[in-house]
Write a protein that binds this ligand. Structure first.
Ligand SMILES: [Zn+2]
Length: 222
């Protein structure tokens, strides 16, 4: 704890003194009284002991305040039991059982939503984050699977299928028939395109890595 109990007690006494006229002795007593209360509260908190059992009026007031506004029992780093005022990270079914309640009955009694987690906000958030990460993991796994399936379908198998019959595809499909390469003049003969057109198509296909030059003026498909 960053602030000592003494400092807290002094702050409480100072707050009291700011509201009422107090003698030096009264202030001193107020500090002592606040300190004693804080020590007991701290001990009760450390022992996870129900505050109600400590028998402090402050604790009773605190519990009454929580009961008047049950949602406040769920705090950032702890959750208070609205039956006895004990604080926990998670309000367990086992503890509620000691009050003769199930979690469902407890939520209903204190008008907490049916989905309200009976745990500190930080704990619930962490649980949500974990669930989210797990959910994300599932999605990633699913998308990897889909991608793998797609690659299987459109990968090497499809590469050997004829390209859409554009002029370029027509040239390349013909080149594919010649495992040892084919000359430009043969391609001109086969396609009926002029030499310039065939050269242009071959040149682009070379750049795209679809063809390779096997000899001067002869090409084959990759
Ligand atoms: Zn309790």
């Amino acid at each position: 704890m960053a602030t000592s109990l003494t400092e807290l007690a002094a702050n409480i006494a100072a707050a009291q003194a700011s509201k009422t006229r107090m003698s030096a002795q009264e202030i001193s007593q107020a500090i002592q009284s606040a300190y004693d209360t804080l020590v007991q509260l701290k001990a009760a908190e450390d022992a996870n002991q129900p505050l109600a059992e400590v028998g402090l009026t402050q604790a009773d007031e605190k519990l009454a305040a929580l009961q008047a506004n049950p949602k406040r029992s769920i705090q950032q780093n702890k959750v208070f039991c609205l039956e006895c005022g004990a604080s926990f990270t998670v309000l367990s079914g086992k503890h509620l059982e000691s009050h003769g309640l199930t979690a469902k009955e407890y939520r209903k009694k204190w008008q907490l939503g049916a989905k309200q987690g009976l745990a500190s906000k930080a704990f619930s958030q962490k649980r949500r984050d974990t669930a989210h990460q797990l959910g994300l993991g599932d999605k990633l796994a699913a998308s990897r699977k889909t991608r793998a399936a797609k690659q299987k379908g459109s990968g090497p198998k499809n590469a050997a299928e004829p390209l859409r019959e554009t002029d370029a595809a027509r040239v390349i499909n013909i080149i594919r028939e010649y495992k040892d390469g084919v000359s430009i003049s043969r391609l001109v003969d086969r396609t009926g395109f002029n030499t310039t057109k065939v050269r242009n198509i071959v040149s682009i296909a070379l750049k795209k890595g679809q063809l390779t030059r096997v000899a001067r003026g002869a090409y084959k498909a990759i």
